[in-house]
Design a protein around this ligand. Structure first.
Ligand SMILES: O=C(O)c1ccccc1N[C@@H]1O[C@H](COP(=O)(O)O)[C@@H](O)[C@H]1O
Length: 211
């Protein structure tokens, strides 16, 4: 079970995710997010510990320059594209930067899963999240779940993470219902919007692994 803790923006969140055994840590490079960090801040957090969890950079329709400005100061193990990037853009990012790409797709109904086939040749992972609720300011990180049963028995053509509205209380059921091999959380391990809670991080990872 792969567990990603997303939206790490300070040492408390970083150290808690590390201590609790997270596999992946997400840094949000999207200025509109309450979880946004600068490239320099992410680089400094990364240097708190060599090795350990993989570093994921979350971008929303980034320019090449935006990605390069992060990679200059903060090495990434995975680039998460959480905007309207099409397969050609995913392929271009992967080829230009030589970093594996995880494409986030919003899921509301079974037909949304048809998009997976077009992206599969040009990405390394998928992140399947809820579509943003009407009026949401962010394309993700909205504490909104989708119908996990849509994933039951589905053959996803690349490794994937389930996201959207996961919490310590529901993650085990989400894994059971969806068959997900990995999970990603942001809001569900926060005590206030954008503020990670070490106890909730530990509870979430324990519940995901127990499930
Ligand atoms: O977390 C954010 O602020 C964010 C901003 C823009 C795009 C994606 C974002 N987060 C991603 O959304 C999933 C689900 O979040 P939540 O657990 O429902 O709050 C999160 O894991 C991030 O990958």
């Amino acid at each position: 079970m792969i567990v990603k803790i997303c939206g790490i923006k300070d040492a408390i969140g970083f150290d808690a995710a590390l201590a609790s055994g997270a596999d992946l840590l997400g840094f949000v490079f999207f200025p509109a997010s309450p979880r946004a960090v600068t490239p320099a801040e992410a680089g400094a957090l990364s240097r708190r510990h060599a090795g350990g969890p993989g570093r994921v950079g979350l971008f929303v329709d980034p320019t090449d320059a935006a990605i390069a400005s992060v990679l200059d100061v903060c090495p990434l193990d995975l680039i998460q594209l959480h905007g309207e990037e099409d397969p050609a853009r995913c392929a271009a990012v992967r080829a230009r930067f030589g970093v594996p790409v995880m494409k986030a797709l919003g899921i509301a109904e079974a037909a949304d899963l048809d998009a997976l086939a077009g992206f599969a040749p040009v990405v390394d992972r998928f992140l399947l999240d809820a579509k943003p609720p009407p009026g949401a300011a962010l394309p993700g990180g909205n504490a909104a779940p989708f119908d996990w049963g849509l994933m039951a028995g589905r053959d996803v053509p690349k490794p994937w993470l389930l996201a959207g509205g996961l919490t310590p209380a529901n993650v085990a059921e989400a894994i059971r219902a969806s068959g997900a091999p990995g999970v990603d959380v942001s809001s569900g391990v926060e005590r206030a919007r954008g503020v990670k809670d070490p106890r909730l991080i530990a509870d979430f990872i324990r519940a995901a692994r127990a499930g």
